[in-house]
Design a protein around this ligand. Structure first.
Ligand code: COA
Ligand code: ZN
Length: 297
């Protein structure tokens, strides 16, 4: 069994994108550097999207220019323009986003699913010429906030199409935190059986307190890559009940206690978590934080 779990901290992007407080470039860099210091192997550092759509992600090129080290830094891109900007900034890994449902794609990137897939094909082709890496998020993989429950067959179909046109990897995302361990097991088993575990990562939100249980379900299906957000950062302050990604410190604690290796220094991760709380004023910190602090001291 593969004992390594790779954590991608998406706090600096998914976490910061809809905070009431828009952080300064140097504060975003400071948060990323704290994650680097903790040994987090992969970090999503921002997004090359319209600053009108997501003001908090403006200046991601400036953030990236100040980063150093061996960490795999990635950025979210919605279209070819985003890809070009990421490439010019020198970002080594870009992440396209395609939701399974038409309505979510229209709202998020201004295209329906078929048009989005055609646009993705153009980006993958360009990336291949440029020798740069592009992965794809399959968003709202279990439930769409506008269309409701999403069919497993549709997720498999969108994933198959993305892999066929050149996605390096698929990040299966529970964008609104509506999945449960039973339907995570079912979908991830189906995807892993069809395409292999190494092609997938999972991205869970903790809206209904099922984030960790869903990570466990995906682990048992063979997935070894997970997005998580430092201090559980994220969630829309204007949508009561919405909450952030599953907290990085909780995921690291759980998988390490299960015998997996992440290479992350928990003490330094908690320092990054404290910083995320201080910078945003909204992040809660992982659920196990009090216990971890006591255990480490
Ligand atoms: N980066 C920066 N600006 C971009 C851009 C990019 N990748 N792609 C398009 N734009 C600009 C356009 O030039 C245009 O600018 P203008 O208003 O000054 O003329 C504006 O964004 C709108 O573009 P348009 O092509 O009319 O499409 P749209 O209004 O449907 O917006 C996106 C499409 C993709 C640009 C916008 O929806 C977006 O940035 N979404 C990001 C979604 C996101 O980050 N979601 C969270 C992660 S899941
Ligand atoms: Zn998310």
């Amino acid at each position: 069994m593969n004992k390594h779990v790779i954590i991608n901290d998406v706090g600096p992007r998914d976490g910061l994108q809809n905070q009431p407080r828009v952080l300064e470039i140097h504060q975003r860099v400071e948060l990323i550097n704290a994650l680097v210091a903790a040994g987090v192997p992969e970090i999503e550092v921002g997004a090359f999207v319209s600053p009108k759509a997501v003001p908090a992600m403006a200046g991601t090129d400036k953030v990236f220019a100040q980063l150093k080290g061996d960490t795999v830094f990635s950025a979210l891109i919605p279209n070819m323009r985003g890809y070009q900007s990421a490439k010019e900034a020198g970002v080594p890994l870009s992440s396209l986003v395609v939701a399974v449902s038409n309505t979510m794609n229209e709202k998020n990137i201004g295209m329906n699913t078929d048009t989005a897939l055609v646009a993705c094909q153009g980006v993958f082709a360009q990336a291949q010429q440029d020798n740069s890496e592009v992965q794809a998020y399959v968003a709202t993989a279990w439930e769409c906030p506008f269309e409701g429950e999403v069919s497993q067959a549709d997720v498999i179909d969108v994933s198959a199409r993305l892999l066929a046109i050149g996605a390096k990897r698929i990040v299966v995302a529970d964008t609104i935190g509506a999945a449960n361990p039973a339907n995570v097991t079912s979908l991830m088993n189906a995807l892993v059986e069809k395409f292999g575990a190494e092609r997938f990562a999972c991205h869970f939100h903790d809206t209904r307190a099922m984030g960790l249980a869903n990570v466990y379900a995906a682990l048992t299906a063979g997935v070894r890559r997970f997005d998580a957000s430092i201090a559980g950062l994220g969630g829309c302050p204007f949508a009561p009940g919405a909450s952030g990604n599953v907290a990085t410190e909780d995921v690291v604690m759980m998988v390490e206690q299960m015998g997996f290796v992440t290479g992350i220094d928990m003490k330094k991760l908690l320092t990054a978590s404290d910083l995320a709380i201080q910078l945003t004023g909204t992040a809660k910190g992982g659920k196990a934080k009090l216990w971890i602090e006591k255990y480490l001291s």
